[in-house]
Design a protein around this ligand. Structure first.
Ligand code: AMP
Length: 542
């Protein structure tokens, strides 16, 4: 027997309808790419999104079409998302930090019909356009006054393009499983793979994100996603904020410490989110200028491991609560957040900081397990390592055009490629990427643990650990360090720092100092490049 409740499809446009009706005056404040601060409201943003939808329809964009955006977090980028969503077309966020070949490859793979581009990236597109034959037109996210001369044949400024439509438009209605957004994830080998979100998965994910033990946000919050909209849906915030009626602050193109600080202060931001490198820059700026934060209450840190020292600084020096988060493009992206459960509420501050190194607990709707290489579940004892596998309504069930089938098991679980532990309280901790973990004499050594410890050393700016071939143990850890400017740490000093903090057999066999650690387009350490560079390195223990 079926229930007799209404079948109300979970469509993303219902989120902006809700915000415009119930929170019409709540603001969306942006540092525009042109420079000045721009302020709009949810009511206005919805009205302009309706115009975008009508204008797109006039161009001939239809249900299921893909349209690319190469853009920062701004109100215009949000309008384009909601406009596309209102037709059942698909926003395809392109990461501008990808390499030329990858950008061209993914636009062609997605068969994008239009491209919305920020001024910053116009020169890139001018160079690549000849290689992207599916693009019919480029719309530059600016007005006539700021439109530069361009070699693109029929490029138009967004504000001029939008003048051809009013907001007398009704969102299209369709099944909630309709595709909503497309975001490619770039592994270190092979072509990038597309993750195709649905309206249903986006809405469910936004509900999950807003929960008390996740972002715990509401209409009294001012939220600044520093994490870009091209990085896994800016962790749901373009949906979660309007869903709960929170005001938004969008940082635009400037993500350096001084600019982020300025937006946190002038926007009176209470909750913000980004990868550790962004917070490294902010903390560096605030320390150098002796600044404090007047409004910020919570910071979500994820995308890479958040070092204990970073959490400690936010909490002890700036009185800001840190929520360490784990997720992936394939998980919409929020998988876990390290919130404090009653079981851990009595911990003193030092023990709590230790706990917060863990990536935390999944919300309802993210099922999680760790397994060995034969898919046998490993114990939840906080010690056993295993491959992290997840399933749920906002987790990819396959990649665009059927790529990467080997990552999806018959039991419905997606193999994340991460290695993790899960403790008896349900706290998950990432110990490595499966391909980075060091296998020494049949035992596993976590490179992330070793890196986190190294970063806590006062002379260390950044650290990476890789496995180097060893005649007796197969692989042993090599610690690679970028010193802080003006500091000269020594090999002996660093190794002494590890004493008593790790098991003896985890001790790196050697330490090298370099000027810069290479990063991927999403800010992760490029371990493959480091492994190539140090291939054949002879350890003193070998
Ligand atoms: P992406 O799809 O680009 O967001 O990358 C996802 C990957 O980033 C995950 O599979 C992890 O390897 C890594 N990652 C994300 N969050 C964390 C975190 N808090 N700690 C350690 N690694 C993380």
């Amino acid at each position: 027997m079926l229930g007799s409740m209404q079948n109300w499809p979970l469509l993303c446009t219902k989120i902006i309808d809700h915000a415009a009706l119930l929170h019409p005056h709540r603001t969306v404040t942006t540092r525009s790419v042109e420079g000045p601060i721009h302020t709009t409201t949810y009511a206005e943003l919805r009205s302009r999104s309706l115009r975008v939808a009508k204008r797109l329809e006039k161009h001939g964009v239809k249900y299921g079409d893909r349209v690319a955006t190469l853009a920062w977090n701004t109100w215009r980028h949000m309008e384009v998302w909601y406009g596309l969503l209102g037709l059942g077309a698909i926003y395809h966020t392109v990461n501008p930090r990808l390499f030329h070949d990858q950008i061209v490859w993914i636009v062609n793979d997605a068969e994008d019909r239009l491209l919305f581009v920020d001024l910053t990236f116009l020169p890139v597109i001018e160079k690549y356009i000849a290689e992207m034959p599916t693009l019919e037109q480029v719309i530059v996210l600016t007005d006539a006054e700021h439109m530069p001369a361009t070699t693109l044949p029929n490029a138009v400024p967004y504000e001029e393009w939008l003048k051809d439509a009013d907001d007398d438009f009704a969102w299209a209605e369709f099944d909630e499983n309709t595709a909503a957004g497309l975001c490619y994830t770039s592994g270190t080998t092979g072509h990038p793979k597309g993750v195709l979100y649905s309206h249903r998965s986006n809405v469910i994910h936004a509900f999950q994100a807003s929960q008390m033990d996740m972002f715990g946000c509401g209409s009294r919050d001012v939220i600044m996603p520093v994490v870009p909209m091209f990085h896994a849906n800016c962790w749901s915030l373009a949906f979660t904020a309007p869903m709960v009626g929170a005001a938004l602050v969008m940082p635009g193109a400037k993500l350096d410490g001084a600019s982020v600080y300025e937006m946190l202060q002038i926007g009176k931001v209470t909750l913000t989110a980004a990868v550790p490198t962004v917070w490294q820059m902010l903390l560096g700026h605030m320390e150098a200028k002796k600044l404090k934060l007047d409004h910020l209450e919570r910071v979500v840190i994820g995308g890479a491991a958040c070092p204990r020292a970073m959490t400690e600084k936010f909490e002890k020096v700036y009185d800001v609560r840190v929520a360490h988060a784990w997720g992936m493009t394939e998980t919409s992206p929020l998988g876990t957040i390290c919130s404090i459960k009653p079981e851990t509420a009595a911990l003193d501050i030092e023990a709590r900081l230790d706990l917060q190194v863990k990536q935390g607990v999944p919300p309802f709707g993210v099922e999680m397990k760790i397994t060995d290489d034969r898919n046998v579940e490993r114990p939840r004892d906080g010690r056993a390592f295993g491959r992290l596998k997840v399933r749920g309504p906002a987790i990819a069930g396959g990649y665009f055009k059927g790529m990467g089938k080997e990552n999806f098991g018959e039991d419905g679980f997606f193999d994340t490629g991460d290695v993790a532990t899960i403790d008896p309280n349900g706290y998950m901790q990432i110990t490595d990427r499966a391909k980075d973990v060091i296998k020494s004499g049949g035992e596993w050594i976590s490179t992330i643990d070793l890196e986190n410890l190294a970063i806590a050393h006062p002379d260390v700016l950044e650290a990476a650990v890789i496995g180097v071939a060893h005649p007796k143990w197969d692989e042993r850890p090599l610690l690679i360090i970028v010193p802080k400017p003006g500091r000269s740490p020594t090999r002996e000093g660093i190794l002494a720092y590890y004493e008593d903090k790790i098991a003896k057999w985890w001790m790196p066999d050697d330490v090298v100092f370099i000027e810069e650690i290479p990063h991927t387009a999403t800010g992760k350490i490029q371990k493959m490049t480091l492994r190539d560079r140090f291939r054949g390195y002879v350890l003193p223990t070998a």
